[in-house]
Design a protein around this ligand. Sequence first.
Ligand code: PGA
Length: 227
Amino acid sequence: MSKKMIIANWKMYRSYTDSIAWSKEHKQELVDLAKKVQLVICPELTPLATMATIFDQTPIALGAQNCDYILEGAHTGEVAASSLAQLGCTFCIVGHWERYHLFNETLEHVIQKINLLLAHTLQPIVCVNDQNFNEQLKALAALKIPSLIIAYEPVNAIGTGTIPDLEQLNTTLLSIRQAFTIPQVTLLYGGSVNPATIDKLAQLTVLDGYLIGSLRSKQRVVGFLFL
Ligand code: PGA
C-alpha cells in the first residue's frame, strides 16, 4: 500500500520566526512521520527558503500556499511560480476557497497557475470546493495532464470543526475519481481534519490523503499525527 499524502497548510498562523523555530524543534519527529506518510508542509512564503535548508536531505517536502497566474509583470506584491521553484519548494496549493472568496480569484486564474507551475516543475495541489463543482472538474479534466493532486474541500467544512456526512462525501469523492480518465489522480480531502474526525475519514478508502489546515491558530498543524 502506498503512503498516504499529508499536506499541512499553515495558512497565516505561523510567523517567519515561529515557522523556523518549530521546524528545527520538530525536525526529527517530522522525519519519523515522513517514513509513514508523504509529508508536504506549506508555510507562509517568508520562511520557505530557510525551511528548505532545514529539511534538505530529508523526505519532507515543502509547498507554497499560492503563486501568481502570470509569470512576470506589473503584479505588485505577487509571487512568480518560477521563483518558488528557486526557493526549494516542490509543491504549490492553488484554488483554495479562501483565495476565491477573499481575493476574488477565478477558475481561469487557477488553470493559468496550474500551467505555470507545471512548466516550472512544481506540482500543483489543486483544491476543489463544492461551489460550481462540475465546472471545476470539467476545467481540470480538460487539462489532460498525466497526474494531478486534487484536494476536495467542501466550503462548510473549512475551519468549522465539522465534516460532511461520510456517505455523501464518499459519493462525491468517487465522482471526482470518475471525472478523470488520466490514471494518476491523488485524491485528498480537506476541511476540519483533526483528532476528532480523522478516524471517521480514515474509513474512506477512496482517499489518498488529507489536506490539513490551521486547526485554528497555534495548535500544531501536523502535531496530532505524531501520535
Ligand atoms: P482546516 O482547513 O483544516 O482548518 O479546516 C483546511 C483548509 O482550508 O485547507
